[in-house]
Design a protein around this ligand. Sequence first.
Ligand SMILES: Cc1ncc(CN)c(N)n1
Length: 222
Amino acid sequence: MENEGVIDTWLRKHRLLYVGATKHPFILSISDGTIDISSFKTWLGQDYIFVRAFVPFVASLIVKAWKESDDRSDMEVILGGMAALNDELEWFKKEAFKWGVQLSHPLLPHKPNQEYCRFLESLMSVEANYTVAITAFWAIEAVYQESFALCLGDESRTPPELKETCQRWGSEAFAKYCCSLKHIANRRLKQASDDELKKAEVALLTVLEHEVEFWNMSRSGS
Ligand SMILES: Cc1ncc(CN)c(N)n1
């Protein structure tokens, strides 16, 4: 394990929580075809709210990368992610129309979503550290990548009408993007102080906990 990055060390250490976030019953129900469509609709509406809050978070990361990064390509990788979010918001609107989900009034964030968005906000402040924020960013994207890729596997029985959703985050292209983010985070963590390392590990765990709560909320509809 000599060349293992910090992130893989942490994923081994916190394996149970990582598996809990990436192989959640909500995702398993998509991949075995037993998903209750009302849960999917709850997820769709709530995730649209989350992604709208995610945009300023990613914008704040671009500012941090511009100011603090020792590698110019960081900003370009993050900017690529930002561009994809523009497309993603349009996709949510189209998908919501298809499923009859109302995205305007009176759609409000459920409590787990509110709490997750509040956590994002805490990472957007100027005081929040770039290494900590990029680690959280990688984790947020990686959970979706690993989760939805599971629904595209040969063994999966994902309903055809949900395949496009799974493709959005489960694709090879998204996996490659997550690898680039992981590479940036590992590079920063390698040079980080003990205090930064502690904060980044806590941020990773916090993301995993919020992701589990987000799936729970989608599944239960509240
Ligand atoms: C809750 C959640 N986590 C992650 C992602 C992937 N950007 C998302 N859309 N929503």
